[in-house]
Design a protein around this ligand. Structure first.
Ligand SMILES: Nc1nc2c(ncn2[C@@H]2O[C@H](COP(=O)(O)OP(=O)(O)OP(=O)(O)O)[C@@H](O)[C@H]2O)c(=O)[nH]1
Ligand SMILES: [Mg+2]
Length: 383
């Protein structure tokens, strides 16, 4: 597939900062020959933090910056001087980003809100200087604590768009056209299948300044769960929508059957998609007259439906009313609750096609790799 700007998957290497070691120094001045211990504490290492940012829509900015390091804490020094704390590395991500361990696929955390912060890797704590170890029986501790080590990990970030309504349909059903008439989004529209190659989001304004978000994803065909067409790769973007709007064109041979094929593909992908609210829009209804509509309506699946035409505008206000009503019905949990109660599945790594290049460039900050290398350091005395 052509190089795209819509990046919803990245694999990155993260390393937090180690803690600086505490100093084991003794005060030595001309007229105070036996000054006590005055070694300062090491600074804490910086952490790797994920932060939600609503101005980001993709993970593109991380594609070319795959190695992220926080700063190490500085060592403590004489005269009770503490080492400087290492700076944390904040990774800005779009809301709807989920982090997994790249080696095990284990779910790590989830960013859903603007400014929400999650510590992905904690920086090492700085060690205490020898000034803390002075006791009644040991007035001159010749040791200090080392800093805690850093943590490192390969992490996969996956973006799941946070929309209220997700459009589901075969290619060429009129999904993008619908999004273009109910929102300001300008998706590509054409009379051939697979026009849409990456998801589009639009904000649908409703009465009295209310609004909801609609996601248009590439068309799904029978066998998508086995990789046909564009596969089910984009279905993750409707996993979190509270409502699925099925779009089936009026000239479909059997509307009920198309709905069932779509349903079956979704079920293969994630059975939880069956628990969402489903609404059916019969698109391109400008091709029908009242009589035909009546006839078709006799054999439709048992879900709320509406006949629409994005070309003439027929049924569009009714559709918006219906969506709004369904989004606010008791059956649909408010988005906040839905997000929090989401079941987090681990990632199936066998389905990912990552080139396994895991070389990590030398971190210029970690050259001084003297961490935990024996007790010697513990007894080291700073002159
Ligand atoms: N007559 C009629 N044609 C429509 C209507 N809505 C869409 N179309 C036409 O249907 C064709 C496909 O529309 P798209 O919106 O690109 O379809 P899509 O579902 O996004 O297709 P993919 O992106 O390939 O999955 C275009 O030629 C549209 O002009 C409608 O309400 N009436
Ligand atoms: Mg489209």
């Amino acid at each position: 597939m052509a190089e795209t700007n819509f990046v919803d998957y990245v694999k990155i290497f993260c390393r937090s900062g180690k803690g600086g070691r505490g100093s084991a120094h003794f005060r030595r001045e001309k007229y105070i020959p036996k000054g006590g211990p005055d070694g300062g504490d090491g600074g804490d290492g910086g952490s790797i933090i994920l932060r939600g940012n609503r101005n980001y829509w993709t993970l593109l900015h991380l594609r070319y910056q795959r190695h992220l390091f926080a700063e190490h804490g500085e060592n403590g020094s004489k005269a009770q001087r503490s080492g400087k704390k290492g700076e944390s590395r904040v990774i800005e991500v779009p809301c709807g980003t989920v982090a997994y361990d790249a080696h095990t696929g284990e779910y790590l955390c989830d960013i859903t809100d603007h400014d929400q912060e999650v510590v992905l890797l904690k920086g090492g704590r700085g060690g205490q200087g020898n000034q803390h170890f002075k006791t009644a029986t040991n007035q001159a501790p010749r040791y200090a604590q080392p800093g805690e080590p850093y943590e490192e990990r390969w992490v996969i970030l996956e973006l799941k768009l946070l929309a209220d309504v997700g459009l589901v349909g075969f290619p060429n059903a009129g999904k993008s056209t619908l999004l273009s008439v109910v929102s300001a989004a300008k998706p590509k529209i054409a009379n051939y299948p697979f026009t849409t190659l990456e998801p589009n989001l639009g904000i649908v304004s409703y009465r009295d300044a209310k609004s909801f978000v609609m996601a248009d994803i590439p068309g799904i065909i029978e066998g998508a769960s086995e990789g046909k067409g564009l596969g089910l790769r984009f279905l993750r973007h409707i996993e979190r929508n509270s409502l699925l709007l099925f779009v089936v064109p009026a000239d479909a041979e059997d509307i009920r059957k198309e709905y069932e094929i779509l349903l079956n593909e979704l079920r293969q992908y994630n059975p939880e998609l069956m628990d969402k609210r489903h609404v059916l829009a019969i698109s391109k209804s400008d091709m029908l007259d009242e009589e035909l509509m009546h006839e078709i309506s006799l054999d439709l699946p048992e879900i709320p439906y509406v006949f629409i035409s994005s070309i003439t505008g027929f049924g569009i206000p009714t559709l918006k009313d219906l969506l709004w009503q369904e989004l606010n019905s008791d059956m649909v949990m408010p988005m906040e609750v839905t997000r929090e109660t989401l079941v987090h599945r681990n990632l199936d790594l066998s389905q990912l096609g990552f080139a396994d290049d895991e070389t990590v460039p030398e971190d210029e900050l970690s050259e001084d790799d003297d961490l935990w290398d024996g007790d010697d350091e513990f007894f080291e005395i700073d002159e």
